[in-house]
Design a protein around this ligand. Structure first.
Ligand code: ADP
Ligand code: MG
Length: 370
């Protein structure tokens, strides 16, 4: 408490809703809350582990399996950290987001008891023991306990690092942080990012994702199907709002595919357009002032077709940039953000933004494992 802040070396560990890899990054955090990435790696999950995580997404995992998976994912996260430790030595501490397996941001009540909840696995005790480092983890729970949705948390970092810009992450889910002199920083999930594209590319083309948006570039947008998909009520809800695989589930995707066009590349093109269009529409609906700069991050930044569609849907005067234009890796931006949240926890600095999560107060997120 009140301790003088120092530069810290922190390893951040993160795996998002795409479940494409464990992103691990060694960072330096400075007292002014800026973060520099020293080295980042994408560490794949063993096939059987990612298969289990996808079973959890489908709600097809027993409690026994989930219990085991929590420790197994902790081991995988530790393995990722150890690669960096071997090269650079032990950091001051590790900041681990964990792997979200369930996120329920709705305040449904049963006998007056709220069901709002979130679950990130990747046991921090395993990471701490395997690496010999202190671990700060489990950031989302405290925000929910304070009445928030436990997401989006990255907005806190965006506000520290950017000025007058819309910072748009396109991961499995897409989320934006609105930073402006005109208003308090706010943020929300705009809808799907790559979840539906990944699912359909896997289903129809046997690939994990649409590299560089190549398949989408071969298809054409089916405007009538796109219009139909845009009717989903999520896009009309006022922020703060978050979403996830619980909503945009495999069942949801199978359901929309019943009215999809014949041509498989057209399906991918239209789903790619859907992500771009819902982002642009969210800005039209929920941002009431003029904005000039949109900064894209996350894996979607590498999808050239998605970026092209987004360019077309945004007003002409808006500059479309990626994090790389600001010297921040699109791939490791979220890792860097959770490193910052860990640093703030270490120094007892509130690290949630109630205007983004809906929490009733600012609070210090994260739990410590020594
Ligand atoms: N080169 C690329 N071309 C197109 N899409 C990509 C590329 N690289 C990553 N992606 C997409 O980004 C997703 C991963 O993004 P990421 O930001 O890691 O999301 P999450 O936080 O959900 O893990 C992949 O599943 C894939 O759909
Ligand atoms: Mg990822």
């Amino acid at each position: 408490m009140g301790e003088e802040k120092e530069v810290k070396r922190v390893i951040g560990l993160m795996s998002g809703t795409s479940c494409d890899s464990i992103d691990a990054g060694l960072c330096e955090v400075y007292p002014d809350l800026s973060v520099k990435l020293v080295k980042g790696i994408n560490h794949p999950y063993p096939e059987h582990i990612s298969a289990k995580i996808f079973s959890a997404f489908r709600d097809e995992l027993s409690i026994k399996d989930l219990c085991q998976l929590n420790f197994a994912v902790g081991q995988c996260f530790a393995d990722a950290a150890k690669i960096l430790i071997e090269e650079f030595g032990r950091p001051d501490f590790i900041s681990s987001h964990g792997q979200t397996v369930y996120h329920y941001p709705y305040d449904t009540k049963l006998d007056n008891i709220s069901l709002k909840s979130t679950l990130q696995i990747g046991e921090s005790s395993v990471i701490a023991e395997e690496t010999g480092c202190m671990v700060i983890s489990n950031f989302r729970e405290k925000d929910i306990a304070c009445g928030g949705q436990g997401a989006p948390l990255v907005c806190f970092a965006d506000e520290k690092w950017f000025k007058n810009a819309l910072v748009q992450n396109i991961g499995g889910i897409s989320n934006v942080t609105v930073i402006s002199d005109e208003c308090e920083t706010f943020g929300f999930d705009t809808g799907c990012g790559n979840i539906m594209i990944d699912y359909c590319v896997q289903k129809f083309f046997g690939q994990k994702f649409d590299k560089d948006g190549e398949i989408a570039s071969r298809g054409k947008i089916c405007e009538s199907w796109l219009d139909c998909l845009l009717q989903d009520e999520y896009y009309y809800l006022n922020p703060p709002k978050t979403t996830g695989r619980e909503y945009f589930s495999n069942q949801y995707i199978e359901n929309i595919l019943r009215t999809a066009p014949e041509d498989k590349a057209d399906i991918i093109a239209t789903l790619t357009a859907l992500t771009a269009r819902t982002i642009a529409q969210a800005y039209e609906r929920f941002i009431s002032f003029r904005y000039d700069t949109v900064i894209i991050g996350g894996g979607g930044a590498y999808n050239k077709t998605m970026m092209k569609f987004l360019r077309g849907y945004l007003p002409k005067y808006v500059q479309l940039k990626t994090h790389e234009d600001y010297g921040i890796s699109n791939n490791f931006k979220e890792v860097m953000a959770f490193v910052l949240l860990g640093y703030c926890n270490y120094y007892n600095i509130p690290n949630n933004l109630p205007s983004c999560t809906g929490a009733q107060k600012r609070t210090v997120l994260g739990k410590v494992t020594y």
